[in-house]
Design a protein around this ligand. Structure first.
Ligand SMILES: [Zn+2]
Length: 81
């Protein structure tokens, strides 16, 4: 699991809250855990970039919609019925 590091002292930092900016972008409100020497609080942005593998459901839906465009016999043949 990724963790956020303090940009000032590189210590571990704790996400205290999260503010959604859009569907795939959020601001994280973060506190440095090195309270003795730093104690900074800051905002980091996380954003979805791209899929490495499409979600399972998308793959199934894609296959289903491709199948629907084929003639019935071809559909049955591919499904293996
Ligand atoms: Zn710090």
């Amino acid at each position: 699991m990724a963790r956020v590091l303090c940009p000032n002292c590189n210590s571990k930092a704790t996400i205290t809250s999260r503010e959604k900016q859009s569907d795939h972008v959020a601001d994280l409100y973060v506190s440095c855990t090195n309270t003795k020497n730093c104690g900074a609080t800051f905002v980091s942005t996380i954003a979805f970039k791209h899929y490495l593998n499409p979600p399972r459901q998308d793959t199934a839906q894609l296959a289903a919609s491709l199948l629907r465009n084929l003639p019935k016999e071809k559909q049955l043949e591919l499904i293996g019925v």
